[in-house]
Design a protein around this ligand. Sequence first.
Ligand SMILES: Nc1ncnc2c1ncn2[C@@H]1O[C@H](COP(=O)(O)OP(=O)(O)OP(=O)(O)O)[C@@H](O)[C@H]1O
Ligand SMILES: [Mg+2]
Length: 224
Amino acid sequence: MQNSLQHLKSFYITPETPESYFLSLEGIEGSGKSTQIKFLEKILIKKGYRVLSLREPGGTEFGERLREAILKSSTPLHPLAECHLFLASRAQLLKEKILPFLLQPKSIVILDRYIDSTLAYQGQARKLGFKTVLELHQHNPLNILPHRTFYLDIPLEVSWERQNLRGQEKDYFESEKADFYNELITGYQQMAGLFSDRILTIDARGSVEEVSTYIEQDIERFIK
Ligand SMILES: Nc1ncnc2c1ncn2[C@@H]1O[C@H](COP(=O)(O)OP(=O)(O)OP(=O)(O)O)[C@@H](O)[C@H]1O
Ligand SMILES: [Mg+2]
C-alpha cells in the first residue's frame, strides 16, 4: 500500500525560512495534544522563538464558522463534503496565518491537528482512501507540510477514559463508535509509516511529564 503512495509525496514541500519551524500534533481525542502544546509553547518561547498556536478546523474567522458547521452538524455529512470543508479551513489558515507568520525569522507555528487528521479521519475512517486525500492536497498552499509532527499514540480505551474524566458533551466525531476509533488509529499509524522522516510516534499512555520529556528531547535535536 505504502509503495503505491510514495510518488505522491513528491508534491509536498516544507517552509524554508531559516530558523522558523512548522510543527503539528496529532492523535485521537484525549491523546494529550492540547496538554502538550501548552508545554511546547513554554519551552520554545524560552528558547527565544515567537510562537503561534492554532487549531484545526478553525483558526481564522471563516475557519471557525466551518468548524461549527462540521462539529455541530446534526446530519452525517458525505465524506467528500466533510473532507472539502476541512481543506477549505486549512487553505484559509495557511494563507491568513501560517505562511505569513513563518516568513519571519525565529518563528514557530504549532498546529493542533493538520493533514494527518484528514488522512486518518476522512482517508481511513471515512474510507475516502489515502490516495484521494493526498491528491486533494497536491496544490499550493495545501501541499505545505510541517517540519515535525508528534503523533500521540493511545489505545481506544485510554481515549475513552480520559474523555469520560473530562466529562464534556460529545461532538460530531466523539460520538462515533469503537470501530471508527480503531480505524483512526490504524490510519494514523499507517501515515506515521509513510511519512517516517516527519512523524514521530510517541507512546502517549505515559504520564504528562513522560510524554513532555520525550517531545523535548526530540525538539532539542533539531531546534537550537
Ligand atoms: N499523559 C497523560 N496522562 C493522563 N492524563 C492526560 C495525559 N495527557 C492529557 N491528559 C488528560 O486527558 C484529557 C485530554 O487531554 P487533552 O485535552 O490534552 O487531549 P487532546 O488530544 O487535546 O483531546 P481533543 O482531541 O479532544 O482536544 C485532559 O483532561 C488531560 O488533562
Ligand atoms: Mg485538544
